[in-house]
Design a protein around this ligand. Structure first.
Ligand code: LIP
Length: 269
C-alpha cells in the first residue's frame, strides 16, 4: 500500500533529501565565487547562491510534489492543493555564508494543514543533518537528540540573534545587556535554524529571538520540540509573535519569565 501523500515519515525523508541536496548545490556554487546584494537594509544580505539553491529546491518540488504549496525566503511561492506546504530557507545565516563562517544551513520545514509535521536542517559547512517528524523524536543523522543539560538559569548559555534595522537592534541589545548578568553566557551564532537545532542537541541551553520569519524557524522549532524542548512565545503568544523561545523543560518557565520581565517581546517600538 502506498504511503499517504502527507505521511510525516515520508515527508521527513523528502525534507532530508532536499536539505542535503540543496546544501551540495550551495557548496558547488560557492566554489565559483559569491555575488552579494542587499535586501531590507545594508546588513540584510542575499547572494545569487541563495537564489540558485532556492530555484533548485523549487524545481525539485515542482517535479516530485507538484500539487504542494511552497513558501520560500527569496520569493518562490506556490498555493497548495494538497494541504502540504514546504517552508524553505535556502541559506539561513547568509551573512555567515558570505564571510565563510561555518554556521549556515538549508532549512526545509513541511506543514500539513497549517501544522509543521516534518523538517530537516543541513549545516552546509559540515554536512550535519538535523531532522524530525511529529511524534518521531529528533535526530542528528542517526543520533537521538534529547535537548539541553540540567543547568540553573545563572549558568545557562543562551543563543540569540538580532534584526537588520538599527533602531530595533538597539532595543534588542538593551534586552541582551540586561539578560547577560542573569545567565551564564550569550552566543550569537547567526542562524536561527541551527540555533534551534543546537538547543535540541544540547549545544545551547536556551535560545530566544524576536522577529523570525517562518522559513527561519519552521524546521528547527519542530526539531527542538521533538527533542523534548519547550518551544514557545512570550505571555502565552505563539512562537514568532514576535518572540521565539526554546529551552529544556526544567529551565523554560524561569527563562520565559525573565524574558517577559525584560520585555523581550517589545523591541519593535
Ligand atoms: C538569519 C536568522 C538569524 C538572525 C539573522 C538572520 P537569514 O536569517 O537565521 O537568526 O539573527 O539576523 O535573519 O537572513 O540569514 O536567512
Amino acid at each position: 500500500m502506498s504511503q499517504p501523500a502527507n505521511d510525516p515519515v515520508a515527508l521527513e525523508q523528502i525534507a532530508m533529501t532536499l536539505a542535503s541536496g540543496a546544501a551540495e548545490v550551495v557548496r558547488t556554487a560557492a566554489a565559483s565565487g559569491v555575488e552579494v546584494s542587499t535586501k531590507t537594509t545594508a546588513t540584510d544580505l542575499v547572494t545569487q547562491v541563495d537564489k540558485l539553491a532556492e530555484r533548485w529546491l523549487a524545481d525539485q518540488l515542482a517535479t516530485t510534489r507538484p500539487r504542494d504549496g511552497l513558501l520560500a525566503e527569496e520569493g518562490h511561492g506556490m498555493r497548495s492543493s494538497t494541504g502540504v506546504v514546504w517552508v524553505i530557507d535556502p541559506i539561513d545565516g547568509t551573512v555567515n555564508f558570505v564571510l565563510g563562517l561555518p554556521q549556515y544551513a538549508v532549512s526545509v520545514g513541511v506543514e500539513v494543514d497549517g501544522e509543521v509535521v516534518a523538517g530537516a536542517v543541513c549545516n552546509v559547512a559540515n554536512g550535519e543533518l538535523f531532522h524530525a517528524h511529529a511524534g518521531g523524536g529528533a535526530h542528528l543523522a542517526e543520533q537521538v537528540l534529547t535537548g539541553p543539560r540540567s543547568v540553573p538559569l545563572s549558568g545557562a548559555v543562551v543563543g540569540t540573534g538580532f534584526g537588520y534595522e538599527a533602531g530595533r537592534r538597539a532595543r534588542q541589545a538593551g534586552v541582551v545587556a540586561a539578560l547577560l548578568p542573569r545567565v551564564g553566557d550569550i552566543r550569537r551564532l547567526g542562524s536561527a535554524a541551527l540555533d534551534l537545532c543546537a538547543v535540541a542537541a544540547g549545544r545551547l541551553d536556551a535560545y530566544f529571538e524576536s522577529g523570525l520569519n517562518p522559513w527561519d524557524y519552521a524546521a528547527g522549532a519542530l526539531i527542538a520540540r521533538e527533542a523534548g524542548c519547550v518551544v514557545t512565545g512570550l505571555r502565552g503568544a505563539p512562537i514568532a509573535a514576535p518572540v521565539t523561545v526554546a529551552a529544556g523543560p526544567a529551565l523554560a518557565g524561569e527563562f520565559v519569565a525573565l524574558l517577559e520581565e525584560l520585555d523581550a517581546d517589545r523591541v519593535d517600538g
